[in-house]
Write a protein that binds this ligand. Structure first.
Ligand code: GDP
Length: 210
């Protein structure tokens, strides 16, 4: 397990861009539809059973939740759990707030080194997933897609997934930079793809510190 992910702990919950931590620590954000498996992925990456469920406590589900990484007294990076999207029947006011918070965060956050976008491998690339890519692509920073719950796919489906993904993304309206967009299969249940994802995130965070 990487040293960075050791001692991951909940730091703060934010509902306004003006409240984002000012510390110049590199951060990696996790986004995805509600139920895509974001909390499970964060927990398995940090080897903690309930870490990301801090984001699911009442009052925090639509907030940006921060987790600190590294030594307790000298945190060296942040993991950022963005609010899940795609809930049915969300009032317009909440949607407007979500759009400003998420869009503003993705487009302007200087500390952000890259975006981990989680999609259920059986239903990837929904309209809102493409919206996230559209918001983030102009920053020129990398996006890494985790196709979650890969254990639910047959071997044949797993083999076809990259092809199907690329085709869907190419046909979407999202402005994509192929070299900045990578994809992998992931399963919190079997831990397939966990080491690869951890390696990639470490690379983003450590590279930023040099
Ligand atoms: P979130 O809303 O995106 O944070 O999603 P959760 O992490 O809470 O997961 C939603 C549901 O999917 C839960 O019932 C999880 O147990 C299940 N789930 C998450 N990851 C996996 C996985 O890798 N494999 C399987 N089979 N189920 C998963």
């Amino acid at each position: 397990m990487s040293i960075l992910f050791q001692q991951a702990r909940f730091l703060t919950s934010i509902n306004h861009l003006s409240d984002l931590p000012s510390a110049p620590l590199p951060e990696v954000a996790f986004a995805g539809r509600s139920n895509a498996g974001k909390s499970s992925a964060l927990n398995v990456l940090c080897r903690q059973k309930r870490l990301a469920f801090a984001s699911k406590t009442p009052g925090r589900t639509q907030h940006i939740n921060y987790f600190a990484l590294g030594p307790l007294k000298a945190p060296s990076a942040h993991l950022v759990d963005l609010p899940g999207y795609g809930y049915a029947n969300v009032p317009t006011r909440a949607k407007v707030h979500w759009t400003r918070l998420l869009g503003g965060y993705l487009q302007t956050r200087a500390q952000l080194r890259g975006l981990i976008l989680l999609m259920d491998a059986r239903r990837p690339c929904t309209i809102l997933d493409c919206q996230m890519i559209k918001w983030f692509a102009p920053t020129g920073k990398p996006i890494h897609i985790l196709l979650t719950k890969a254990d639910k796919l047959t071997q044949q489906q797993r083999a076809n997934t990259h092809h199907v993904m690329r085709k869907t993304l190419d046909e979407s309206e999202a402005a994509l930079m192929p070299d900045k967009l990578t994809v992998q299969l992931f399963s919190a249940l079997t831990r397939a793809g966990v080491d690869a994802a951890e390696h990639l995130i470490n690379g983003w965070l450590l590279c930023a510190q040099q």
